[in-house]
Design a binder for this molecule. Structure first.
Ligand code: NAP
Length: 400
């Protein structure tokens, strides 16, 4: 049985809902929402709206004013304890006279941590753990980057029910439904970078921009990152269009032509030299490490078959995989499948994946899996979100 009342759970759910409004807006900061209550009623609500803006706790105290005295605060992350672009939230909470703070998870950022201890020593009661798992999930990009220096990596692939990503003639648009594609645009809107292989950039000529729910322009476009070992991509492709906003980074090998590197740089884009691995492809872990070193907290890899093979089998880098299966058969021995590359020769070399959700996006099946080696929640176990029965009966339920 939960040690929290349904009302307390409801208040933290509201804080998490508010925090989620920072999706794609607040990076490199975490998404934080805050709810202030008195005698079981909400008296103020707020969320962190971006770097340099007031933290959710400061904003909610400001909204409540003197009414904050004797109140209870529900917030999805431990209040900070440091002077950054704004003052320490722990001090503001003590000064406002808040009597108890419920926070879901500790802040792993060593610079900001220590708020809970500071509150306790000032006589404010604190409680850790209310909806901790959901709060961890919400800010897993931030938590991974702060604790490892690497971005959280999401992979996405869409295929027919027989696992094909294109027909024998290479026709690939669109296999998945509009609902699935809208969902991917929502992910694009929340990540710091989108990464593709050169063939996808060439064949599909994508913008690699986030256009969630029909909104074309976002003020913060993710970085576009393309693996093009010999810089052979045509510079009239959309990824080179400077008007799209957000930088384009082309990853190439040392052997790439010097004049091609200069030509890409002259267009205002960035060129990174990346070492090659035995297969002759660029080292994906090196690309991911370089993104992390440049402050990128999250990356969406939109996988062609070759890139899926590198990212999932040869040099695994993924933390979460979204697979969309459209209810159609494409067939054809030569039609490309979801994962190309050389494949694994023996079944006992294959690592099991953890299914964390089976659901639907419009007519498509949506499967979310966590590869072995992925960044994991610091909680003992995670139940499977849905069963085969849910797949038939229910609509969609997202935990992102
Ligand atoms: N259904 C989906 O969800 C989905 C998503 C994306 C793309 N696609 C489809 O996938 C097709 C393209 O897939 P693809 O397999 O031909 O190519 P790809 O995965 O898009 O790109 C592969 C190429 O990228 C370069 N590369 C460099 N380092 C790499 C690394 N570590 N791992 C993988 N690639 C690396 C290589 O270029 P070099 O050859 O120069 O060495 C390699 O041949 C397109 O038709 C596109 O429509 C489908």
């Amino acid at each position: 049985m939960s040690r929290y009342t349904p009302k307390q759970i409801g208040f933290m759910k509201e804080a998490l809902r508010l925090a989620r409004q920072g999706w794609g807006i607040v990076s490199p900061n975490p998404m934080v929402g805050a709810v202030l209550t008195k005698r079981g009623q909400i008296i103020a609500k707020a969320w962190h709206t971006g770097p340099g803006r007031p933290h959710a706790e400061a904003a909610v105290l400001n909204e409540a004013g003197r009414a904050a005295k004797g109140s209870e605060l529900f917030v999805n992350l431990e209040p900070c304890n440091h002077y950054g672009r704004t003052g320490p939230c722990s001090e503001a909470i003590v000064e406002a006279g808040v009597s108890k703070v419920y926070y879901s998870v500790l802040d792993p950022n060593p610079v900001a941590a220590g708020g809970a201890a500071a509150l306790e020593s000032a006589g404010v009661e604190v409680d850790e753990g209310l909806l901790a798992e959901r709060a961890w999930e919400l800010n897993q990009f931030f938590f991974k980057w702060v604790t490892t220096g690497l971005p959280f990596v999401i992979l996405k692939t869409a295929a027919s029910l027989d696992g094909k990503i294109a027909t024998v003639t290479g026709d690939s648009r669109w296999i998945s439904s509009k609902s699935a594609r809208n969902f991917v645009h929502d992910i694009r809107a929340g990540v710091d970078a989108i990464l593709v292989g050169r063939n996808t950039a060439f064949k599909d000529d994508p913008e690699l921009s986030a256009r969630p729910w029909g909104c074309r322009k976002m003020h913060n476009q993710p970085w576009r990152v393309v693996l093009d070992p010999y810089l052979r991509l045509d510079r009239t492709l959309k990824i080179f269009n400077p008007e799209l906003g957000g930088p384009t980074v082309i990853c190439c090998s040392e052997q790439a032509d010097k004049s091609s590197k200069e030509a890409v740089r002259r267009l205002g884009h960035t060129v990174w030299e990346i070492p090659k691995v035995n297969s002759g492809l660029l080292s994906l872990p090196s690309v991911i490490a370089k993104l992390g070193a440049n402050g990128i907290q999250s990356t969406l890899i939109e996988c062609g078959a070759t890139l899926a093979s590198s990212a999932l089998i040869e040099d695994p880098v993924g933390d979460l995989v979204h697979i969309f299966l459209a209810p159609k058969f494409i067939g054809g021995q030569e039609a490309p499948t979801m994962i190309g590359g050389p494949g694994l020769p023996k079944l006992d070399e294959i690592k099991n994946l953890e299914i964390i959700k089976i659901g639907r996006k419009g007519p498509d099946i949506h499967v979310m899996v966590r590869p072995s080696g992925a960044f994991r929640p610091p909680f003992s176990s995670r139940p499977i979100e849905s069963t085969g029965k849910d797949l038939v009966d229910s609509g969609e339920r997202d935990i992102k």
